[in-house]
Design a protein around this ligand. Structure first.
Ligand code: ZN
Ligand code: MN
Length: 493
């Protein structure tokens, strides 16, 4: 990417960066927000539409209660105050992917106000204020390329019209591109824990706009901001902000005025490009949606939403590393906690008797390997946690060699049989008997006279090599303690 940083080295440090994010999240409901069309990604263009989401005159919207439930759950997880009563409003603007000529959104009475979201930024705890969370419908998509007559016109696909969204707006409290990325990442993890969205940035179910301005350190007022639209990956968010910080710093340093406006990030050029001067709220002529009654939440609905909020990733991380908890390393805890099902599986193994450290290693290493090789998600791992705990017990009591336990796990996944079964029936048993291993050790030493001589000449590290040769000769089934003892004895002879 073109790097103004190289030219204006250190310029950005003269100013304080102020970033606020607006995040749109598609809710994973079965149907759309105001009609019964299926809510799913893709499909033949305009195949998932009806008079309501096409905006036909006279068609009346009916609110999807599941969307309200999901949005309320998300609001509570972000520490937001949920309003007992909220209402929809029409946001009027013209665009080909918006057939009604307005978007049904929430304006003066959103579903939820003020919240606080705590996150970890490179080991430092930070809490970011949430200004609001509201429900709205998605618009369709314009297609500019790849269609038969793309050269002369654009096409429109309205399948996405009416897909439920929550919009989450943060206060301008983020102070660097790194903090913005950390926030979006933590928010994504949390939303996935809530099981309200698939949060796929490639498919557009999590979309981020960033508002950014710079000011003198210590200044109380904000300068005009730039709104960066539709940053659809963590990398683009970071790059666009980095570019914009340098661009604005150069303008400020030169004494030139900043202008409020919307800019697009050009992924190929790695730079932001002016799109339009930012419209104000009054440009949208918001007014209350007359076709929908206000959203009312009673005590029972709020209690049910609260009950559906699981332990969130950060709290879980703290519990996993706590001395009174599993006492895992921060790396292990972070990796396990990043995905709810993986952390669940780990905890199920521990509940079935596995030692936390060993269980964590197995989930991260061997199960991770299996998932990679099988191109599967954690949910697709077929071995129950209790069966895995049994395998770990077999390693502990010496029934199976640690070196081949991964293969035992593979067989368990393949056949659905228990560890004990596979170890008994197949050649996975650990070889601990000295009389079985002694000839192997002897052969290995005889085959490596140079290494043996080197060892006697003081090169202690050759010991590990010779041990490795014995393990290899036994396909990893030898008991390492026995091998160590025999190699040591063989060398001393
Ligand atoms: Zn529809
Ligand atoms: Mn919006």
């Amino acid at each position: 990417m073109p790097s103004p940083a190289a030219v204006n080295d250190g310029l950005a440090e003269r100013f304080e960066t102020v970033i606020g994010l607006e995040i749109h999240v598609q809710l994973q409901t079965r149907t759309k927000l105001f009609c019964s069309c299926p809510n799913a990604f893709g499909g033949a263009p305009n195949s998932r539409t009806c008079p309501i989401c096409l905006g036909m005159p006279g068609a009346l919207p009916v609110l999807n209660e599941a969307a309200v439930r999901y949005a309320t759950r998300a609001a509570l997880a972000l520490g937001c105050v949920v309003n007992r009563r909220s209402r929809f409003a029409r946001k009027n603007y013209f665009y080909p992917d918006l057939p009604k000529g307005y978007q049904i959104s929430q304006y003066d009475q959103p579903l939820a106000g003020e919240g606080r979201f705590e996150l970890d930024v490179e080991g430092r705890r930070q809490s970011v204020r949430i200004i609001r969370l509201h429900l709205e419908e998605d618009a369709g998509k314009s297609i500019h390329d790849g269609m038969p007559r793309s050269a002369t016109g654009s096409y429109v696909d309205l399948n996405r019209c009416g897909v439920p969204l929550v919009e989450i707006v943060t206060a301008p409290e983020l102070r660097s591109a790194g903090e913005a990325v950390a926030f979006l990442s933590a928010l994504r993890d949390t939303l996935l824990y809530l099981e309200v969205t698939d949060a796929s940035m490639e498919e557009g179910s999590l979309r981020c706009d960033a508002n950014i301005s710079l000011r003198e350190h210590g200044a109380a007022t904000l300068n005009p901001k730039t709104e960066l639209k539709n940053l659809n990956s963590f990398r683009f968010l970071r790059q666009a902000l980095a570019f914009e910080i340098e661009r604005q710093a150069a303008l400020l340093a030169a004494g030139e005025p900043l202008r409020q406006g919307t800019r697009l990030f050009d992924e190929r050029g790695g730079e932001t490009i002016a799109m339009r001067v930012k419209e104000e709220a009054h440009d949208y002529r918001y007014f209350p949606e007359p076709d929908l009654v206000p959203v009312a939440l009673d005590e029972a609905a709020l209690a049910a939403a609260a009950a559906a909020v699981p332990e969130l990733p950060l709290a879980r991380f703290d519990r996993f590393v706590a001395p009174a908890g599993y006492e895992l390393s921060t790396d292990a805890a972070a990796e396990l906690v990043a995905e709810r099902r993986r952390a669940d599986y780990f905890e199920a193994m521990v509940a079935a008797g596995a030692a936390p450290q060993a269980a964590a290693n197995w989930v991260r290493m061997e199960i991770g390997r299996w998932l990679n090789e099988s191109a599967a998600e954690m949910a697709g791992f077929p071995v129950p946690a209790a069966a895995m705990a049994e395998l770990l017990r077999a390693i502990d009591d010496g029934t199976v060699a640690a070196g081949v336990a991964g293969q035992v796990m593979d067989r368990m996944a393949e056949t659905g049989r228990a560890a004990a079964d596979i170890i008994a029936g197949e050649a996975f048993r650990q070889i601990s008997a000295s009389d079985q291993l002694a000839p192997v050790v002897k052969a290995v030493l005889a085959a490596h006279p140079d290494e043996v001589a080197a060892f006697h000449g003081g090169r202690e590290q050759v010991f590990g090599f010779l041990m490795g040769q014995v393990m290899k000769a036994t396909q990893g089934k030898a008991n390492p303690d026995t091998v160590r003892r025999l190699v040591r004895a063989g060398l001393e002879r």
